[in-house]
Design a protein around this ligand. Sequence first.
Ligand SMILES: NC(=O)c1ccc[n+]([C@@H]2O[C@H](COP(=O)([O-])OP(=O)(O)OC[C@H]3O[C@@H](n4cnc5c(N)ncnc54)[C@H](O)[C@@H]3O)[C@@H](O)[C@H]2O)c1
Ligand SMILES: O=C(O)[C@H](O)COP(=O)(O)O
Length: 528
Amino acid sequence: MTQPKVLISDKMDPKAAAIFKERGVQVDEITGKTKDELIAIIGDYDGLAIRSATKVTPDVLAAATNLKVVGRAGIGVDNVDIPEASKKGVIVMNTPFGNSITTAEHAIAMMFALARQIPEANALTQAGKWPKNDFMGVELTSKTLGLIGCGNIGSIVAERALGLRMKVVAFDPFLTPERAIELGVEKADLDTLLAKADFITLHTPLTDQTRNILSKENLAKTKKGVRIINCARGGLVDEAALKEALDSGHVAGAALDVFAQEPPAADHPLFGTPNFICTPHLGASTDEAQVNVAIQVAEQISDYLLTGGITNALNVPSLSAEEAPKLRPYMSLAEKLGSLVGQLAHDNLTTISVEVEGSAAELNIKPITAAVLTGLMRRYSDSVNMVNAPHLARERGLDIREVRHDREGDYHTLVRVTVATEAGDRSVAGTLFGNNEPRLVEMFGIKVEADLAGDMLYIVNEDAPGFIGRIGGALGDAGLNIGTFHLGRRAAGGEAVLLLSLDSPMPEPLLWQVCQLPGVKTVKGLKF
Ligand SMILES: NC(=O)c1ccc[n+]([C@@H]2O[C@H](COP(=O)([O-])OP(=O)(O)OC[C@H]3O[C@@H](n4cnc5c(N)ncnc54)[C@H](O)[C@@H]3O)[C@@H](O)[C@H]2O)c1
Ligand SMILES: O=C(O)[C@H](O)COP(=O)(O)O
């Protein structure tokens, strides 16, 4: 195996490069490149390690002909075009926890800075003034903190704020009542939060639902004298409306670590506004957080490039260290079953369903489905993998269904793949022998037992004496060696299925010749 090559394109703790080298991954650290400069070199790399500065746009991805993985040393991935990466089969990962504490602490630091106007007081004092009577702060104790977004960072902020004896009200549609009780926060709708909070801090990603969540209209619903902190993403607060609300005195203070456009223009309207403070996207900038995210991203990228292990991926189901060894043989079975239906079923598939029963029903079905789709879609594209297969399948209008059966069947474990075709449903099923050897056990309702590997020949014929001899003869005369021979039939004298493994591919004229043998209904060369 050639050594994979990774580019670190944003400033990252040196531990990242050290880990790549230790793990046997070649690494180049080239930061500060323009988009065109990045496009010129990205084709050399299998992996890209970034923070928020590098923009992984469709044109960068188009030039990234060898790229397999983008690793974000941090949380937000709004600088990566994930749908485009998925189409290209590139995994996108982040490090969802490495900088959470640090960012929560930055939000708390901003809250104190606003409450006591520390930046202004510092600036004036160092300018030789002694403005002791100009700064009257507010206490945090007993005040209400409104949390918009109560995920990893929001819940750490909540714990810290409760420690400061604040009351915490949270708006987060995904926060369960049980989790709210566990955290000690009051779950509320947005309007209630806006009406109650003395301080509001934002901790959501930027999405279509959260963009301008603090709009002019919502700012008007806040308590007079509210103070606002955004250490999440620019664009959550309407900056023009915030400026107006600060100027009118409705908002008593605002602290932004993030801006809609970064870096903001030097003449940004908020700059110089009294009671406005800001930092240049420093939420994650501590030694501890940067070491955490650098180590995590380098380990995750190395794992994927060297072993196929997937952690914290955003566009493909993760495979944990415990799950991976159990799922690997299933994924091999699933890919073979998907490939089999893909090679045999005619076009215009409308639905594919993946059913699991027995031991398979206890596993994470998502990677199994992704592997089925990889096998299925391989007939359309050589560059298909677990990342882009589900996307390609959906693009072709395929409805994907997953069913987990809680029932005992004939096999200790079973994966069944059924596709709806114009000719009706076509179903194949497989199991694992000895827990790790994939075997086809049923094909279109007929029991067979076959290893799907290499070149194979599939024949449907009428079960009649002498047929096997005729096939053996035809292949033997053509110098084609049969490796294994698997036969299944509905009933004696009924329809039979023959699966032969061959030592070399079946030449086209021989396929035609076999087709002419008496009793043959279908012949197809297969490849696994
Ligand atoms: N300033 C920085 O340097 C810095 C550092 C780290 C993270 N961040 C940003 O902080 C944000 C939060 O990070 P996290 O790790 O807590 O993410 P998270 O995914 O753990 O939490 C986000 C929360 O937002 C909630 N949410 C989603 N849509 C919502 C909506 N419409 N209304 C209310 N809540 C909604 C989700 O349910 C979730 O609980 C991210 O945008 C991340 O990029 C910024
Ligand atoms: O989403 C994040 O992790 C933060 O915005 C940190 O970004 P940075 O790595 O550019 O500091």
